[in-house]
Design a protein around this ligand. Sequence first.
Ligand code: SAM
Length: 251
Amino acid sequence: TSALYLVATPIGNLADITIRALHILMQVDGIACEDKRHSSALLNAYGISKPLYAVHEHNEKSASQHIINKLAQGERWAYISDAGSPGISDPGATLCDEVRQAGFLAIPLPGPCAVITAISASGEFLNNSDGSFQFLGFLPAKATQRDAMINFAVNSNVASFFYEAPHRIEATLKALAEKTAATQRIFIAKELTKIFEEITILKSDEITQWLNQVKSWQGEYVLGVEASPKKPVESEFDEATLAWIKAIDNE
Ligand code: SAM
């Protein structure tokens, strides 16, 4: 039956694609993709040759109609973004909605996602938020808006992760170091699954020294900041009850 498959693709290492993803890409009638040239490299590597149709942030609505017309003819299509999971800081959301509204299935295939890959190697970074985290997408480009987002993350009671462009990474890490508590840790995952992969976890007060020895900022990054070390106020009990609890404890 006709359906749209949302297929996750590698974030660097071409081998990071599931058997199911390859199977679906080989079976579908066509593949919608963000950038035809970019996706051809992946598809050629696996000997997959299919009609490609460009769906990107500037034509997602009209392109969706094209895909829906194909599905209406009984075809099956896949959507792949340039890298990682469709719809995660990538186009795909509108296509997914439009396809469902037209009465067809939009079926997700699990696979690579930079933020999830980063978190899986973050060790005990989530410990002081009991495993909870929030993903904030790309940090805003403007410094004032970026700083507001950083403030929000730094004061959150869950760990926060975000994507940042390489040409802004140094300034962003400086801003992060300024706003975090000295013991609050910062997480930097660079070039995951690629040759120059590097994972660094530092306390905020170690960042300045670390920044000075970085030779090149080129590459792709996931950043994270630990949950705020400030404990939320325990509002569960009123003062009289707390006094009782204290008195009992002292007995
Ligand atoms: N859809 C993708 C996903 O599932 O992760 C994200 C696409 S978004 C346009 C690209 C951003 O993801 C990059 O600027 C970088 O912040 C992050 N990213 C992608 N690949 C990465 C990698 N191999 N290592 C570190 N970060 C990566």
